[in-house]
Design a protein around this ligand. Structure first.
Ligand code: FUL
Length: 486
């Protein structure tokens, strides 16, 4: 039995909704919302990682910091070859391990002798890569390992100052930086400088990350800061390159820090998070992050990479694919050939939008500026929106002739937040019945981009039923494709 109080509250709620709803206006943002930098970052969709350093020459993944600089001696290093490969693979930026856990610096830093400047190679790799990125019009990003197994001061306050100084060098001397990577593998125990010695640090406080992030914000205001818990973007909680189909771009931001133990949560984000922090799905094209000759025949296949694209970009994340540069200083030919073929595959699968001339109508439309016809116009900043009080609505798509589809792309207009909680894709059968398509993934969140693969169906009428949302849905794009690769 409802109490009189509950009934009065329900009436008050309905009344206040109808008083506040003003459907002649732009929808109110549904908090949390992304910053303009976060939106631009997510629209990059795919970009590359490069792991390169002494480990390349010693066949290790985690160097102890005791490899002499003489070991670093690539014979044909060519950053333009890296960038050209990445550009051909349709990726929009490169993040370089300027310093990995072994502490060796790939730039001419004034704070340590342990750098390329004292190797036979001598050249400043960070300079050459950042110049090449500018030349070819792609973005440059920085990975600077907080953990350092070379510096004798590691574990003391002196090291943290050293770390900030290095960050400052990288943020001021190499032009614009689009992303800065704060690795969650940030030390505590193990080998240092070749000695088996433990230095306990408290991962959540030692590095004073807010201070480091302040340096980035001051010197590179448009850079997005990556760590397990953002603040710009978050690790996705695995190193396999995928996000869960249900993927919120939110975190309970105060709970998560680099090295956060409950990292599996990051695969879906926090549905009740209070800050915008979308996921970046990182993985390597080979089993290791660094080059090992023994992995030359273990490069991921085009099929595997394509699947990961659907489960990263197509699950509301970005895709950060690593290339272990080899001992010559080049991206290995197998890796570069594979990644270029991968992009051709994606363009083949998602290049021909069969809904481009379709008619879109919606069961509810906020006002004529937000008409469903916007859904097919290919523009980023026009969108269909429902009325304020509507959190479930249908979009019907009609094509002139029958089309066969097995992929649908849906996008929310994220500057106003991530809203959709559940949806269903349907097609109309020849006897006029709406039937859901068969997919093995849950159809819950959409976010910046959701790509649903399903068993192919042929129809002239399709329907996207948004069955639940945090606020009135705002969708800016719907596309449909047929791929002969099921
Ligand atoms: C991890 C590191 O420990 C690996 O060596 C690699 O750099 C990967 C991208 O992040 O946390």
């Amino acid at each position: 039995m409802r109490t009189r109080y509950q009934i009065l509250m329900a009436i008050a709620l309905v009344f206040s909704l109808s008083v506040n709803a003003d459907n002649s206006k732009t929808p109110e943002p549904c908090l949390p919302v992304p910053s303009p930098q976060q939106v631009e970052w997510q629209r990059l969709e795919t970009y590359a990682f490069i792991h390169f350093g002494p480990n390349t020459f010693t066949d290790k993944e985690w160097g102890f910091g005791d490899t002499p600089p003489e070991a670093f001696n690539p014979t044909r290093l060519d950053c333009e070859q890296w960038v050209q490969t990445v550009v051909k693979a349709g990726m929009k930026g490169i993040i370089l391990t300027c310093k990995h856990h072994d502490g060796f610096c790939l730039w001419h830093t004034k704070y340590t002798d342990y750098s390329v400047a004292n190797s036979p190679f001598r050249r400043d790799v960070v300079r050459e890569l950042s110049d090449a990125c500018r030349k070819y019009g792609i973005k440059f990003g920085v990975y600077l390992s907080p953990w350092d197994r070379h510096q004798a001061s590691y574990g003391t306050a002196e090291y943290v100052t050293y770390y900030y100084n290095q960050l400052e060098e990288l943020m001021t001397q190499y032009g614009d930086v689009f992303e800065v990577w704060f690795d969650g593998a940030n030390g505590g125990d193990g080998w240092y400088g070749g000695a088996c010695e433990k230095r306990e640090i408290d991962r959540s406080t030692y590095y004073n990350y807010p201070k480091a992030w302040g340096i980035v914000n001051r010197l590179q205001p448009s850079a997005v800061i990556f760590s397990d818990g953002g603040p710009g973007c978050r690790w996705v909680g695995n190193e396999k390159g995928f996000a869960n189909p249900t993927n919120w771009s939110f975190l309970r931001i105060k709970e998560v820090y680099p090295g956060y133990p409950q990292y599996e949560e990051l695969q879906s984000g926090h549905a009740d998070g209070d800050a915008w922090c979308a996921s970046e799905c990182n993985t390597s094209i080979r089993p290791g992050w660094f080059y090992h000759e023994s992995e030359d025949d273990k490069v991921k296949t085009v099929d595997e990479l394509t699947d990961l694209y659907y489960r990263s970009v197509g699950h509301n994340g970005t895709f950060l694919l690593n290339f272990p540069v080899d001992r010559e200083g080049l991206i290995h030919p197998t890796d570069s050939a594979t990644v270029v073929l991968w992009r051709e595959r994606i363009d083949h699968e998602l290049g021909n939008n069969l809904l481009v001339n379709a008619k879109f109508t919606a069961s509810d439309t906020r006002n004529k500026s937000y008409s469903a016809s916007m859904l097919g116009d290919g523009k980023w900043d026009t969108y269909w929106a429902a009325s304020d009080e509507v959190t479930a609505a249908d979009i019907v798509i009609e094509t002139k002739k029958d089309v066969t589809l097995n992929r649908i792309i849906l996008q929310e207009y994220i500057p106003l937040g991530q809203r959709v909680k559940a949806f269903v894709i349907e097609y109309k059968t020849c006897c006029g019945k709406w039937v859901p398509v068969i997919t093995d993934e849950e159809t819950t969140t959409i976010g910046y981009k959701r790509i649903v693969r399903f068993a192919e169906k042929t129809s002239k009428e399709w329907r996207i039923r948004i069955t639940d949302a945090r606020a009135c849905p705002c969708i800016n794009n719907i596309e449909g494709f047929y791929s002969d690769n099921r």
